[in-house]
Design a protein around this ligand. Structure first.
Ligand code: SF4
Ligand code: SF4
Length: 102
């Protein structure tokens, strides 16, 4: 079975700000991630091609960070190891406001 993630095109802007100026994506704690013993629950769950298995490893990597939907955290709930975290929503909202004010 091919579990390599697809890579759909990400949205180019969010709230009028270039997506690449918004640092919102999952961070994986590689101490805790065990690749779901090869099942990669987060990769299978996310439809946006953010994740990719690490080569020669039973862990996952964030391959396409800007494909992540800003403020989505849905995959975090899927992780049995609680290995997925996100930035502060408040900090990202402030960043977006600052960018919009430029
Ligand atoms: S769901 Fe959690 S444990 Fe499973 S591959 Fe993703 S980060 Fe790793
Ligand atoms: S937060 Fe949402 S869009 Fe981002 S990687 Fe997780 S499921 Fe995919």
């Amino acid at each position: 079975m091919d579990i390599t993630s697809s890579n759909p095109s990400p949205d180019l802007t969010f709230m009028g700000v270039d997506r690449e100026k918004i640092p919102w994506w999952p961070t994986i704690d590689l101490q805790d991630c065990d690749g779901c013993s090869g099942d990669y629950d987060c990769l299978k769950f996310c439809p946006h091609g953010v994740y990719k298995p690490l080569e020669n490893s039973s862990r996952i990597a964030v391959e396409n960070p800007y494909n992540c939907v800003v403020f989505c955290q849905a995959c975090k709930k899927m992780c049995p190891k609680n290995a997925i975290s996100f930035p502060s929503k408040r900090a990202i909202l402030d960043l977006i406001k600052n960018e919009r004010a430029k």
